[in-house]
Design a protein around this ligand. Structure first.
Ligand code: IPM
Ligand code: MG
Length: 347
């Protein structure tokens, strides 16, 4: 079980440390952890946010546990040297195209949601976000027009095979859940979205047991707040998925609770909390490590097929929450390490 641990910037090292404690506590045979530098931390040490040595560790590993990247000190750098390039580069280089972001309300946390408890308690959805294409990876730049004005531009595109493979992930995920897939796009305005929709409809022929619907992204943002319980599985592109998953996290109560898996064609995957590096609270034992611990559970499930161990971690986190274990993000006062202790006790 070769697992790469890329802690990164800000609160990344603190939250990752707690997830590592949890993995070690399970006594998994053959567990081998290898640390690597990513993000601003890697830039400061090696002059690059994703050094070749880190990529090599990734290639040699069965799975990657990732903390967070992002550092204000690096905001002045050229884009290809910014911390975010570490995660974008890993997704692209390793072919992690399918991002699974589950969101559900833990029992006892209905009050933490930004929504009314009776609306929030119905949330149990999965966002399947495409990660290798869209406006994220298109040609981009800032150019000067003939009349002297500067113009920023980013090319949005999806090739049909890119849409097809994420659509399959979406349909299969829906089959394993409540059998409903909602494809989110902006087909009323964007040609990229029109192709997206056509291809998703084409793929749906192979999944007669899944009920497919389509929704424009602006409406989806509205519906997520109005009635999130209507969603089972959502499949969408890179940019819309980025935005909707942050929104879903606040519907759940805290961005400190949401885990994610980024999968390639094989079993190797990258697992990370959906939150960022939170430099304002870094190094103060204030961050909630639960999202990272839950990401470690997804790692065991998706890369190693260890469903029972994954469920054990999730149950320990769930129990901690019902027992009233709360960090600052949920109005409590427990620190990162104390939350880790509480999870380990229940494990
Ligand atoms: C995420 C993050 C990243 C993204 C950033 C850090 C590049 O917001 O994983 O959601 O935009 O994909
Ligand atoms: Mg994001």
């Amino acid at each position: 079980m070769k697992i790469a641990v890329f802690a990164g910037d800000g609160i990344g090292p603190e939250v990752t440390a707690q997830a590592v404690r949890v993995l070690q506590a399970l006594g998994l045979p053959g567990l081998e952890l290898t640390e690597g530098d990513v993000g601003g931390a890697a830039y400061k040490k090696h002059g690059h946010p994703l050094p070749e040595a880190t990529l090599e560790i990734a290639r040699q590993s069965d799975a990657i546990l990732f903390g967070a990247v992002g550092d204000f000190d690096c905001d002045h750098l050229e884009r290809h040297l910014r911390p975010e390039q570490a995660i974008l580069g890993l997704r692209k280089e390793m072919g992690f195209f399918a991002n699974l972001r589950p969101a559900r309300v833990f029992a006892g946390l209905e009050d933490a949601s930004a929504l009314r408890p009776e609306v929030a308690s119905a949330i149990d959805l999965l966002i399947v976000r495409e990660l290798n294409g869209d406006v994220y990876f298109g040609e981009k730049g800032i150019r000067t027009l003939p009349d002297g004005r500067r113009q920023g531009w980013d090319m949005m595109s999806y090739a049909e095979d890119e849409v097809r493979r994420i659509a399959h992930v979406g349909f299969k995920a829906a089959q394993g859940r409540r059998g409903k897939l909602c494809s989110v796009d902006k087909a009323n305005v964007l040609e990229t979205s029109q192709l997206w929709r056509d291809v998703v409809i084409e793929v749906s022929a192979e999944y007669p047991d899944v009920e497919l619907s389509h929704m424009y992204v602006d409406n989806a943002a509205m519906q997520l707040v109005r009635n999130p319980g209507q969603f089972d599985t959502i499949v969408t592109g890179n940019l819309f998925g980025d935005i909707l998953s942050d929104q879903a996290s606040m519907c759940v109560g805290s961005i400190g609770l949401l885990a994610s898996a980024s999968l390639a064609e094989g079993t190797c995957g990258l697992y990370e909390p959906i939150h960022g590096s939170a430099p304002d609270i870094a190094g103060q034992d204030l961050a909630n490590p639960m999202a990272t611990v839950l990401s470690a559970a997804m790692l065991l499930r998706h890369s190693f097929g260890l469903e029972a161990q994954a469920a054990r971690i999730e149950a320990a986190v769930g129990k901690a929450l019902t027992d009233g274990i709360r960090g600052g993000d949920l109005g409590g006062s427990l620190g990162t390490r104390a939350i880790g202790d509480a999870i380990l006790e229940r494990l």
